[in-house]
Write a protein that binds this ligand. Sequence first.
Ligand code: FES
Length: 74
Amino acid sequence: MRERLATIAVQNLCTPAPFAMSDRALLPGGVIECAWDGARFDRRTGAALQAPAFDLLTRYDVRVAHGGVWVRKP
Ligand code: FES
């Protein structure tokens, strides 16, 4: 099986408060919006796009290989 870089992942917890952002759907343009206070982040870079968030999300490299999904710690 050929190994390839699939994509990146970002931390699930919002940066202003530990609220799970996976409770909200992905917005157009790769934007993640927190369902609690409405902070927005760029899914690709983790950058904060809208207050109350100012700190970026931690990014993780993801690989699909050997029948599994592998997430590398930064
Ligand atoms: S917990 Fe996400 S914006 Fe407040």
